[in-house]
Design a protein around this ligand. Sequence first.
Ligand code: 5GP
Length: 201
Amino acid sequence: MKALQERIRQQGEVLSASVLKVDSFINHQVDPVLAMEIGQAFAEHFQGQGITKVLTVEASGIHFAMAAALALKVPFVYAKKKKAVTQNEEVYAAPVYSFTRQETYQISVSKRYLDGNDRILIVDDFLATGAALLGLKEIISNAGAHLVGVGAVIEKSFQEGRRKLEEAGVYVHSLARIQSMSPEEIVFIDEAAAPKETASV
Ligand code: 5GP
């Protein structure tokens, strides 16, 4: 998705070899127009596959899950990271190791909102180590639902997430795939694969 790649290039900050900060339009302040375009792109990619629900993890996947669910005209559900006092019903739960926070936490979804008839599209902001998405996959299989695929807004392809998900049989579609990044340059996979322009003489 070109508009997304341009935005990452203009406003993304490479904080270290593996951490990209996109707080000005994705993770803190949010550009709603771009978020809706992202949702539309996921919906177009996964349309016709009988998706009944979009699933994400709070908090940074919520706006993209909402945009995709709106375009697909299905509900979205977000896994919670902490048990709320109102959450007294039974839950499906899975442990997740957080790459950014460097700690393990539990994600959970009420058993009321997933069942064996569901065909699920997972949407999230980043695909890095794949831990969060594998946790969601575990919840989906505990519910007996079917995982249609994963839509990641930004994939850091130099980390192991895609490989782990594919090894687990999960189809992955990412809108911006970062092959490499440094404070000076961010290289996306489609660009890396394209032949370089040669200067005319
Ligand atoms: P995972 O390692 O499980 O694939 O990533 C889990 C979550 O960590 C993502 O959903 C995202 O919220 C956060 N995350 C991972 N890598 C980055 C990054 O480079 N930048 C930011 N802002 N968040 C990240």
